[in-house]
Design a protein around this ligand. Structure first.
Ligand code: FES
Length: 119
């Protein structure tokens, strides 16, 4: 999977390292430049999304995950599906995902490149 216009940042050497360093269904806050990311591992699947609740913009990484593959915001308990990004009762917007790719070189998160300002 190659996406044009993305800066790929390696977060883990491989899935084994991801399993060692990131607890199952334990949200983790990451920062890359001005991007705030919430990273979640659900078994062997990783999801990365903008670390901000679409409802009132608090960090979702301060919430918790359920064993149904959802993340629950700590502030008003809205529940987001980690697969689709939708809030379960459609009370607000969706999670904004960052693409993830795995290759022999590692596991990477794709960040949108800033617009070219050289002209
Ligand atoms: S701020 Fe997250 S549910 Fe309200």
């Amino acid at each position: 999977m190659e996406l044009e216009g993305h800066k790929w940042v390696r977060v883990f050497r491989d899935l084994e390292e991801a399993r060692e360093k990131l607890g199952d269904l334990k949200p983790r806050a990451l920062r890359y430049r001005d991007q705030r990311v919430c990273l979640v591992r659900n078994g062997d699947k990783l999801r990365a999304f903008f670390d901000e609740c679409p409802h009132s913009r608090v960090p979702l990484s301060r919430g918790y995950c359920t064993n149904k593959g959802e993340i629950v915001c700590y502030l008003h308990s809205y529940i987001y599906d980690l697969g689709t990004g939708s809030e379960l009762e459609n009370r607000t917007g969706e999670l904004v995902f960052f693409p993830i790719k795995e290759s022999e070189e590692g596991i990477f998160i794709g960040f949108p490149n800033p617009p070219d300002q050289s002209t």
